[in-house]
Ligand binder design. Sequence first.
Ligand SMILES: NC(=O)c1ccc[n+]([C@@H]2O[C@H](COP(=O)([O-])OP(=O)(O)OC[C@H]3O[C@@H](n4cnc5c(N)ncnc54)[C@H](O)[C@@H]3O)[C@@H](O)[C@H]2O)c1
Length: 259
Amino acid sequence: MRLQGKTALVTGAASERSIGWGIARALAAEGADVAVNDISQLDALENRADAIRAMGQRSIAVPADVTQPEQVEAMIAKTVEALGGLDIMVSNAGIIRWEHFLDITPANLRAIVNVNIKGNVFVCQAAARQMIAQGRGGRIILTSSVQSDMQFPITPVYGATKKAAHTLVGVMALELAQYNIIVNHIGPGWVSSALNDLSPDLQTAEGIEAQRQVVPLKRDGSIDEMGRAVVYFASLDGDYTTGAFLRVDGGLGISKYSS
Ligand SMILES: NC(=O)c1ccc[n+]([C@@H]2O[C@H](COP(=O)([O-])OP(=O)(O)OC[C@H]3O[C@@H](n4cnc5c(N)ncnc54)[C@H](O)[C@@H]3O)[C@@H](O)[C@H]2O)c1
């Protein structure tokens, strides 16, 4: 129980198949009390909070749109009120669109940048302010992507926002170190969450098999594997690591598509 007595908030955690849920469940398994956020599937979000309570930890569902700073502030305030503080912030919510560079639409560009960049900024800023006010340090962990490190065709804007997450994490790590706030990010490769349901590469059994063959470990990752990587950064084990990127991708980032 490496996180006994700690409080956490995870964004984008409503779906049972989501990485956010894998992270929330892993944090709770280590003894943390965990608030869960999403913008949609709010009944499912309540179920996630119920499931954490069934594990013996405190939990609350805090619906909010991470692109709206006032909603983000209210989400943090509700978490602090219910759980007594905020020690671990996991900014995980993200969206993707598949389109070639020449086909990028203004609407998709705006939507992806809003959630994946502005959302991260608003969430991390509000969380850091809360942690500074508490005066006991804290952990901020972003879910970026293997695309923080490499380029894929047909996800140009998504990939750019994940590189932006890398820069944001580095600058936060530098500027927040004085408050003992440790900031890192994990880079999933391929996880079979709803995010990938529309992936053009994963629509047939042959496509899925081809994708497996690209991953050196020959399989997708599980949401629990993503959760355990976050636990590393959230726990004592990660005490001396800040501004770091951990690929959790079965080696995808060093595969034949690597840059
Ligand atoms: N699945 C993968 O293969 C993969 C690979 C690399 C990185 N990632 C990243 O992992 C993170 C989690 O994705 P996932 O795979 O679990 O997908 P997912 O679609 O299951 O979960 C993302 C959640 O974020 C929520 N969300 C979207 N916009 C929001 C907003 N404005 N405010 C609050 N919540 C919002 C969605 O409703 C959704 O429930 C994302 O940042 C994604 O980019 C996923």
